[in-house]
Design a protein around this ligand. Structure first.
Ligand code: BGC
Length: 740
C-alpha cells in the first residue's frame, strides 16, 4: 500500500513537471498558494521527515519534490563554523571562517537601531552566502541576574531597548532571505540548571518584562522563526509548552513561522505534540548507528508517525507544522531572489569595527583619555589584551577569519607615536587559546612565573610607563561569560581586583578596560583614572578599542544594564528562592521564583533606592552636551517630545537622549520608580544644536492587568523625565491621562 501511494504521488509530481512548472516551484506565485500546492503533493512520511533533524543543524526537505533541506546556524555574532553531520566536532572546512561581529550586549550599548539593522543585514549576508536558511539569533532574554553566563548574547535589562534593537536586527537578517530565529523563548534567564528549572513568574512580569522583546520581534519585526528554550514554565518544558507556543506565540501574536526546539530541549513525544512545536533539533546523541538512522528515533520522527497512523495525533496539526516549514523554505532558499549574500568582505569588517567602537562605554575619565600626544610609553596589562575572545562561550563560539587583539590594535594605532609593551599580570582559566598575531595560528601561552611574580613584573613596568592600560575582565571560559554555566561571583576572576589596585598604586595614570558581557563589581573604581566598559567585539576588537582610546572615535555607548556595587544588591539575591531556585524533594526539577516581579535591573535599584556603581543608560563622551527643556505634544496615540540638544564641547560626538516615565501610585499595585519610554541618538558637531523629537506611544503608560489579562492605563498624573542616563534626568514633564 505504502509503495502504491509513493508511486502514485511520484507520478503526480512528474506529471505536474511535465505539464509545466508546478505552483510551488513558481516563484512568482503567492507564498500561501505555493505552500498549499507543495503540501498537497507530500506523503505522510515526507511530512514527518520535515519536522525533525537529519543532522546536527539541518532538517530534510522533500528530495522527491526538489524542496531543499533547511539549514540552521548559530548565531548570534557570526556564522558558526561547520561541524560534522552527526557530532559537534569542527568539520575542518577551510572556507567557513567568518566575520565575527560584536556581541549583542555591545549592539545594545550603541542605542542606535540603525546599527542593529546594519548588523542584521551584514550577518544575514554571511548566512546567505554560507547557505544557511535560519540564523539562530537574536537572543532577547532579559538580564535578570548578572551571574547569567549568557547575558553577553542578549540585549540588556530593559525590554524597550531590547525591542528597539531586536526589530531592525531581524529585518536586516531577513532582507537576505534568511530567517531570524528569536531565542530563547522564554524565561531562560540563567544557565545554571537551565534544563531543569521551572520558572514561577507573574503574568504581569511575563508580559511586561520577559516576553516584550519576543513580541516586538514577532509582531513588529516579523521574525520567521522562534526557538523555545530549555527551562520549564508552569511545569512544562518550553519546547513542549502549549501556553507559550500555541496560545501566546501562534495565537495571540499570530506567528506564522516555525518554532525550532533548542538543541535537545524536547523530552516527551506526547507532550511535544500537545505543545505545538514545529521542528525538533538536537535530541540525544544522534547520527547513524549500526542498523538504523538515529534521527528516526526523535520524538517528532517515528514515534510521531506511529501516533499519526493510529489516530492518536491529528493530521490537521501535522499539516500546520508542515505548512510552517514549507513557508520558511519558500521564504529563504526557495524565495524569489537570486541574492547569494557575501562573506568576510571589507564592508562587514567595517560594520563590525563601527559597531564595536560605538558600543564601547566610557564610564570614568579623569582626563587620561583620549591618549595624549605626549604619551610615549604605554603598558598594556592583562590577558584580554591578547586572548582570542571569539572562541569559547558555547554555541556562539566562532571560527573567525581574523581577530585583532587589543594589543595589536593599539600597537598599530600608536605606531610611531608611542612604544607599546604588554605584561600578562594574571593567569586565567586553563585551556586558553591565544592569538599568535596571524589569524588561526594559535598557541597556548606558557607561563613559568607564579601569580606573585606576574603581579610584581607588571607593577614594576607600570612604574615606568606614561600610561597603563589594564585590559582584563571576564572571558568565555566556564563560569565566566559562557553557556551552560553561570558565574560564581560578581567580582573579576583570577585576582584581577588586587592586581588593578596594585597597578593603580604604582601609577595613577591607569585606564581599566573591562571586557565582559555582564556587569562586574569594580571595587577599585575610585582609584583608577579611567574606566572603559568594553565588550566581546569580534574580528575588529582591537581596532574598535584603539579607535576609542586614541580619540579617532568619540565614545558614545551607554550601558544597557546597571553595574551594581555588590551581588547582595541585585534583585535575585536572597535565600535561593529567586536564584538559583529550590530543588524539589521528589525530582530533579528545581523551582525558581521571580519574586522581584517587574523590578529587574534599574527598575529594582531605583525603586528600592539602592545605590549603584554605574546606572543604566550611563556613558561619557570626550565632548559635553546640553539637553534643552523639552516640550510635549500629543495625538490620540503618541506623545512627541521635542528639545534642543547641543554639543558644548570641542569634539564631534553623539548623545543619547533618554525619556523615562513614572506612573501614579495605585494601592496594591507594584510600580517601578520609572521605566524607559523612548530614546534617540543624535550626532553633533562641536557647537552644533539640533532639535530632536522623540515619539512615545501612549501605550507606554500601560501596565499588564492580570484580572482582565490586558493592558490598562490608570488615569492620573504621569511624570516623564528627560536626560542623558537613568540617573541624570534634569527635565520633568507632567502629563495627565484621563480615561475617555
Ligand atoms: C543553545 C542555542 C543554540 C543551539 C545550537 C544550544 O545549546 O542554547 O542557543 O542555538 O545550541 O547550537
Amino acid at each position: 500500500m505504502k509503495i502504491v501511494v509513493a508511486i502514485v504521488s511520484c507520478a503526480l509530481a512528474l506529471g505536474a513537471f511535465a505539464q509545466g512548472t508546478p505552483k510551488y516551484l513558481d516563484f512568482t506565485a503567492p507564498l500561501e498558494e505555493r505552500v498549499e500546492d507543495a503540501l498537497g503533493r507530500m506523503t505522510l512520511e515526507e511530512k514527518v521527515k520535515m519536522l525533525h533533524a537529519q543532522s546536527k543543524f539541518s532538517s530534510a526537505g522533500v528530495p522527491r519534490l526538489g524542496i531543499p533541506e533547511l539549514w540552521c546556524a548559530d548565531g548570534p555574532h557570526g556564522i558558526r563554523g561547520e561541524v560534522f553531520w552527526d557530532n559537534w566536532d569542527n568539520a575542518g572546512w577551510t572556507n567557513d571562517s567568518c566575520t565575527a561581529f560584536p556581541a549583542l550586549t555591545c549592539l545594545a550599548a550603541t542605542w542606535r537601531p540603525e546599527l542593529a539593522r546594519e548588523y542584521g543585514r551584514a550577518i544575514g549576508e554571511e548566512a546567505r552566502y554560507r547557505g544557511k536558511d535560519v540564523l539562530l539569533a537574536p537572543g532577547v532574554n532579559m538580564l535578570r541576574t548578572p551571574l547569567n553566563g549568557r547575558n553577553f548574547e542578549y540585549l540588556g535589562e530593559d525590554p524597550l531597548l531590547a525591542s528597539k534593537m531586536a526589530v531592525p536586527y531581524i529585518e536586516g537578517v531577513q532582507s537576505n532571505n534568511v530567517a531570524a530565529c528569536l531565542k530563547h523563548f522564554a524565561l531562560n534567564n540563567n544557565e545554571l540548571n537551565r534544563n531543569t528549572c521551572d520558572v514561577h513568574v507573574s503574568d504581569r512580569a511575563l508580559f511586561e518584562i520577559y516576553l516584550s522583546a519576543f513580541k516586538a520581534g514577532v509582531v513588529e519585526g516579523g521574525a520567521w522563526a522562534v526557538m523555545p528554550s530549555y527551562n520549564l514554565f508552569e511545569n512544562r518544558h518550553a519546547c513542549e509548552n502549549p501556553r507559550l507556543i500555541k496560545e501566546i506565540l501562534k495565537g495571540d501574536w499570530d506567528f506564522d513561522g516555525i518554532t525550532v526546539s533548542d538543541w535537545g530541549g524536547v523530552h516527551n513525544t506526547d507532550l511535544v505534540i500537545d505543545g505545538g512545536l514545529d521542528l525538533e533539533m538536537g535530541t540525544g546523541t544522534d547520527g547513524l548507528t549500526a542498523n538504523m538512522n538515529a534521527y528516526d528515533t526523535y520524538h517528532m520522527a517515528n514515534p510521531y508517525l506511529e501516533r499519526l497512523r493510529d489516530g492518536r495525533a491529528s493530521v490537521e496539526e501535522l499539516d500546520d507544522h508542515v505548512r510552517r516549514v514549507l513557508r520558511t523554505i519558500f521564504r529563504t532558499s526557495m524565495a524569489p531572489s537570486h541574492w547569494k549574500g557575501r562573506f568576510t568582505c571589507p564592508e562587514h569588517y567595517a560594520t563590525a569595527r563601527r559597531i564595536g567602537a560605538e558600543g564601547i562605554v566610557l564610564l570614568k575619565n579623569d582626563g587620561v583619555l583620549p591618549i595624549a600626544e605626549n604619551v610615549r610609553k604605554v603598558l598594556l596589562v592583562g590577558e584580554n589584551a591578547v586572548k582570542m575572545l571569539t572562541i569559547g562561550g558555547g554555541s556562539s563560539s566562532l571560527k573567525a577569519q581574523k581577530e585583532i587583539s587589543p594589543l595589536q590594535g593599539l600597537s598599530e594605532a600608536l605606531q610611531g607615536k608611542a612604544e607599546v609593551a604588554w605584561e600578562r599580570g594574571y593567569i586565567g582559566a586553563g585551556g586558553v587559546i591565544y592569538n599568535n598575531v596571524k589569524s588561526r595560528d594559535f598557541e597556548l601561552l606558557s607561563e613559568r612565573r607564579d601569580s606573585a611574580a606576574l603581579v610584581a613584573d607588571a607593577v614594576e613596568k607600570a612604574r615606568n610607563a606614561d600610561l597603563v592600560i589594564f585590559v582584563g575582565g571576564l572571558n568565555k571560559e566556564e563560569h565566566q561569560d559562557c553557556e551552560d554555566r553561570d558565574r560564581l561571583s560578581l567580582n573579576l576572576p583570577y585576582g584581577q581586583d588586587a592586581l588593578i589596585e596594585a597597578l593603580a598604586d604604582a601609577n595613577p595614570n591607569i585606564v581599566v578596560v573591562n571586557i565582559s558581557g555582564n556587569p562586574v563589581a569594580m571595587p577599585w573604581a575610585g582609584k583608577v583614572a579611567a574606566i572603559v566598559q568594553d565588550w566581546y567585539l569580534g574580528s575588529e576588537a582591537g581596532n574598535s578599542l584603539a579607535d576609542v582610546l586614541t580619540g579617532t572615535v568619540n565614545p558614545s555607548g551607554k550601558l544597557p544594564f546597571t553595574i551594581p556595587y555588590r551581588l547582595e544588591d541585585t534583585p535575585t539575591w536572597g535565600d535561593g528562592r529567586r536564584y538559583p531556585g529550590i530543588q524539589r524533594a521528589d525530582s530533579h526539577i528545581s523551582d525558581i521564583y521571580y519574586d522581584e516581579d517587574i523590578l529587574i535591573g534599574y527598575r529594582w535599584y531605583d525603586t528600592k533606592k539602592i545605590p549603584v556603581q554605574f546606572p543604566f543608560g550611563y556613558g561619557l563622551s570626550y565632548t559635553r552636551f546640553d539637553i534643552g527643556t523639552p516640550t510635549v505634544s500629543r495625538t490620540d496615540s503618541i506623545y512627541t517630545f521635542t528639545m534642543d540638544v547641543s554639543n558644548i564641547g570641542s569634539l564631534k560626538g553623539a548623545e543619547t537622549v533618554q525619556i523615562y516615565v513614572s506612573a501614579p501610585k495605585v494601592k496594591g499595585l507594584v510600580r517601578e520608580a520609572k521605566k524607559l519610554a523612548g530614546f534617540a541618538k543624535v550626532d553633533l558637531l562641536p557647537g552644533e544644536t539640533r532639535s530632536v523629537s522623540i515619539d512615545v506611544p501612549v501605550s507606554v503608560l500601560a501596565y499588564y492587568d492580570e484580572e482582565t489579562a490586558s493592558e490598562r492605563i490608570v488615569p492620573g498624573k504621569y511624570v516623564f523625565s528627560v536626560g542623558a542616563s537613568s540617573a541624570e534626568l534634569l527635565h520633568k514633564i507632567n502629563v495627565r491621562y484621563d480615561e475617555k
